[in-house]
Design a protein around this ligand. Sequence first.
Ligand SMILES: [Zn+2]
Length: 750
Amino acid sequence: MRGKIAFSLLVITVLLAGSIYIPYPRARLSPSAVLSMRIMDRNGILLREVISAEGGRCRWAELDEMSSHVVASILAAEDRFFFIHPGVNVFSIMSAAVRNVRKGGVVSGASTLTQQLARNLYGKKRTVFSKIYETWIALRLEKTLSKEEILEQYLNRVCYGNMAYGIEAASWLYFDKSSADLSPAEAAFLSSLPRSPRRLNPYRYPGRAKKRQEHILERMFQLGYLGRSEWSRACREPLKILPASQKFRAPHFCDYVLEKSPGDRKAIRTTLDYGIQEKLEILTVNHLAGLESNRITNAAVLVLDNRTSGIVAMVGSRDFFDAFHDGQVNGSLSLRQPGSALKPFTYGLALEKGMTAARILEDREVHFSTPGGIYRPRNYDKRYHGPVRMRQALACSYNVPAVVLSAELGPDLLYRKLRQAGFQSLEKNPGFYGLGLTLGSGEVTLLELVQAYASLARGGVYREAEAVRCFENSEHDRGFPVQGNRDDSRSRRIFSPQTAFILTHMLSDNDARIPAFGYNSPLKLPFPCAAKTGTSKDCRDNWTVGYTPRYTVGVWVGNFDGSPMHNISGITGCGPLFRDVMLLLTKTDSAESFPVPPDIIKADICPLSGKRASLLCPGAVTEIFMRGTEPGELCALRHLDIEEKRGKAIPSRSITGTGLHIIFPLDGDVFKLDPNLREKYQVIHFKAFVPEGLSPGQLRWYLNGEELGDFAESHSAAWRLEPGTFTLQCALNRMGKGLLSDAVRFDVLR
Ligand SMILES: [Zn+2]
């Protein structure tokens, strides 16, 4: 027996002596050996923690970054003599050794923090020899590292349960905060866990760790780490422990980041703004709830910061965890038909070729013979609108002018421009898409659309979207910016600044889109915002993409299984969601205007000819031009002729010879009520031509024979649309006496 004790003492002596000469290799203490990977938003909010190969959540925190209560509580809990002992508590070892030899079995006794660290580094089971080995390592650690370094190593490596290794990981896991911000109560709670992470697991036995926390707080008070009032406050502090599954934020985005940036990065600081992301997720769910009757189950929202090209928010579906509706599919990366959303690029191409926003385009029945047969493009409203200005054709999204233009420019050219604008998904040859390309016959992703529109916001410069701001390879290497030295091959000019500006001007012109969308459509925002809608064939996809100078936003709604939506117009599906996203992103009072590039000039033009307006042109409009493309010659149209050509002949003048006639509406016009527009805005203005020398003050209007209210003052009368078939006449003086116009018949459809 004595021999055994003597042998143990001898071993300890040898170990002590050995520790003097063999320092512990610092390389084995490198933080990189234990870190897992974190994906964070732009402000450092944790989005997801990818478990490391070693299998645990761990992140390194330096000792002076931690709250002082962390050190105080762990010393109170585990090793109050830490700063005094040489790495082992010699008295404790000796008495344990004696007990061990007397009783046989495993050595017991409180381990110092250094010994626990040593055990953590080797992870051996407890046997007599491992205890000796561990002691030897502990002594060497004490030789190699300062007490502070040992504490830092310990606090970063010890297990706090639930796969959380290290105080920082534990602090985020249980309290969603950094270890720097822990209160005494929280620090004591966490310090209770390393003793037995499984037995004290707060998720399973919330009472146990709490009880031990109270004990540790009391020790902290006794040891002088806490004053009396601090102590009693800490005892009363309620602990809010987060549920286990909190850290799965922006799931589609994180998957996207991992796919784009594989490798053993320790931390990725992304471009996402989780504050915005969270709000958009809620908006998406709320809007979809209102669209259930339209058989819409999913949506995707993407926000790009135009200045950095960083993705600010990415909502891939309504609910990532909704397996029934394929929630894990990322709608912003899915290939879908974009409908009219590609049209701006056709018009951009036309502007580059010297055409202007004032150019008159034909919207009438046209036939194209294609390899697949006769192609006859139709408009969304199944009507033709006669000659229209380019501005109106784009803003109202008429199909025929876009196809005519694309045929004139050549579909190959449009294809090349789209590829240049980042639509890599259009990978078949141009012939495959044909003339329908401008109407969205190809399949693209929301991300591609948003990227391409952002280049319009950026004055014509395309830049690939980015998801990563910087990488951090270890906690000591705080990372290098990925975007700092921007690789110029990632950005390229696709349109001149003037072309991009004219497109922006047309796409943000609310007046120009009134004929198709009404005055108060969701696209009418209280700040400058360019936007375009798109609806794919058979109503399977509905898009709105648009931008302010700062952000580009894309919204898609539809169904992942490809089933069509029900009763959706170009604007009702995702227009309102787009609007809310824009309102959320943009503070109305600080909204910017689109910067005007040099060589943009204004000129008054005739809306019917697109030429410079003469004194005879009705309702001249101001249009913007790239210097040198503005029309030089005056409009030479005899405008009465044009009105005759546009509508039916104007009968009153020719038949009665009085000259009194109705200019608007024209005979045979059809109006349609917009179910989404409030009724009070669905107003048209009857207009009459009153011959010279007669006062319009006496003009009376008769609808289906009944006199409308008194519009004593002018040539026009406002009338709120209601469904039905109507006959309209106007007269000077009482009905039956004086001048009477011919009747105009029009329909209002519901
Ligand atoms: Zn004119």
